[in-house]
Each structure stands twice: as structure tokens, then as C-alpha cells.
Design a protein around this ligand. Structure first.
Ligand code: ATP
Ligand code: MG
Length: 250
């Protein structure tokens, strides 16, 4: 089982939109997929019309295998299950810092379902915290959406520095440009600069800015379902293929 985290230390960059569509694209390719929402906002579950998982509060996520399995819901699509989040997940950092363990609690929790799925997609909250460190340890690949602007450039620098300072594998980072508006000079220039700086760490695929993605909230479905022919849907499919080719190569 491979774990793919949709992560950024910056908020509002397209992590959830990516997790929701990447999980859907994997499932349509016949890959048994679990979308695991780690963000107390619970947006990933919302997009799939699911209620928060009340029974999975506090440390139960990490310690209670049975409740974790029972909290997993089937989606409306074959090969795709969802583990919705709930508000108590905002306590994860406190819980994890109290857990005196050398092992990754998130990794151990996911190990318990490793024969049920080929891929787990994590929708991560936007911060650089104890939980994020566990995500970095656990994930085989960390897919990082980057809006091509100055602040995003700065945030990615901080993330790469964190990886270097903590001996984490930079190779796990697979960045891509999100919400791209090629008509903007700032976007074009920033993308060129960042591709020169980070080389292979950037995927070729970029996701265009389009209201089709914003409308996912109205349709409560991946854009790949609600607007199949949207440029964003085509781009998410290409992103999925690129991520799969990198993740299953290792
Ligand atoms: N390609 C896109 N084009 C237009 N709007 C987009 C696109 N991707 C995401 N959005 C919109 O931007 C907002 C933030 O997206 P999303 O929730 O996926 O980001 P996030 O990184 O998960 O945010 P958070 O840090 O709050 O979890 C949402 O309103 C979403 O609809
Ligand atoms: Mg999100």
C-alpha cells in the first residue's frame, strides 16, 4: 500500500481539490483507494457527501483499529472509500506530542488497513506541526500544490529547508503548479523561476484556475465528475498519471 499526502504548509492552495480528484482518478484506474481526511475542517468528506466520523474522536484514530475500520465509508464510486474527519482532529498535535513513541502513530494506524487498499490519499491540514512530521515520515509521496506567486515561493522554500534541517527525504516532494492563470505575467515568471530552482521536484502537469473547481462545493463531487470535460479535469487526470508513474517507480 502506498500513501500519497496532499500537503502544503500554506492554506488555500488546492490540497483538498487535489486529494478529492486524485483519489477519484486513482479509483477510475481500478486502484483500490482510500481518501483519508486529516483536516478537522472535513472538506474532503463534504465533497463526497459524507458526514464527519463522530466515533473516531481524539486518540481513537491512532489506537482503536476497529473504530478506524468502522469509520470508513463507501463512496458513490467503485474502488473508492472515504475516511471522513471530525472537529476533534484539531487536537492531533497535542495528542501526538504526548505519545511517547519512536514509531509514527499515523503510519501504524494506516498499517492496520494496508491489505484493504493499494493507495491511501491523505488530505492534510495547512501547517508545519507534529502531525505534519508524522505525515512526512508516513507518506511515500508528498504532493504539494503551489500557486505561482511570491508568497507560495517563500512557503516552499521554508518547507524544503525544514526537510533539509530534519534529514527528511526531499525526493518525497512532488510539487505542481495549482490555480495557474497563464495570462498573468507574474504566474508565468514565477513558474519559470521555480522550475529552474527545483527542477525534477516539479511535476510537468499544472492545474488551471477555473470556476469548475470552485463549483465542486455546489455539486459536492469531484470536478472530474461534475465537469468531466473541464480543462481542470483533464489536468487532474494527467496529474494522477504523473504521480502514479513516480510513486510506483520507487
Ligand atoms: N484550480 C482551481 N481553480 C479555481 N479555484 C480553485 C482551484 N483549486 C482550488 N480552488 C478553490 O480554492 C479554494 C481553496 O481550495 P482547497 O480547499 O482545495 O485548498 P486547500 O489547500 O485544501 O485549503 P485549506 O488549506 O483551507 O485546507 C476553494 O474555494 C477551491 O474551490
Ligand atoms: Mg483543504
Amino acid at each position: 500500500m502506498k500513501v500519497i499526502a496532499c500537503y502544503s504548509n500554506k492554506g488555500g492552495v488546492g490540497k483538498t481539490a487535489t486529494a478529492v480528484n486524485l483519489a477519484y482518478a486513482l479509483s477510475t484506474a481500478g486502484v483500490r483507494t482510500l481518501l483519508c481526511d486529516l483536516d478537522p475542517q472535513g472538506a474532503a468528506g463534504f465533497y463526497y457527501r459524507l458526514k464527519p466520523s463522530k466515533s473516531l474522536s481524539n486518540s481513537r484514530f491512532f489506537e482503536d483499529t476497529k473504530r478506524l475500520s468502522n469509520a470508513i465509508r463507501a463512496s458513490d464510486f467503485s474502488n473508492l472509500d472515504i475516511l471522513p474527519a471530525n472537529k476533534s482532529y484539531r487536537e492531533f498535535d497535542v495528542l501526538l506530542s504526548k505519545m511517547c513513541t519512536d514509531h509514527s502513530p499515523l503510519g501504524r494506524a494506516l498499517d492496520r488497513i494496508e491489505f484493504d487498499y493499494e493507495v491511501v490519499v491523505l488530505d492534510c491540514p495547512p501547517n508545519l506541526s507534529v502531525m505534519s512530521e508524522d505525515i512526512f515520515q508516513t507518506a511515500d509521496a508528498i504532493v504539494v500544490p503551489v500557486i505561482p506567486t511570491t508568497l507560495s515561493q517563500r512557503t516552499l522554500r521554508q518547507l524544503v529547508k525544514f526537510f533539509k534541517n530534519n534529514d527528511l527525504s526531499i525526493e518525497k516532494l512532488h510539487c505542481f503548479f495549482s490555480m495557474v492563470q497563464v495570462s498573468k505575467t507574474l504566474h508565468r515568471d514565477t513558474m519559470e523561476q521555480m522550475r529552474n530552482t527545483y527542477g525534477q521536484r516539479f511535476l510537468t502537469t499544472q492545474i488551471p484556475f477555473t470556476t469548475d473547481v470552485e463549483r465542486m462545493g455546489m455539486h459536492r463531487a469531484p470536478v472530474m465528475v461534475s465537469a468531466r470535460n473541464s480543462p481542470a479535469s483533464q489536468a487532474y487526470l494527467a496529474l494522477c498519471e504523473e504521480v502514479v508513474s513516480r510513486v510506483f517507480k520507487t
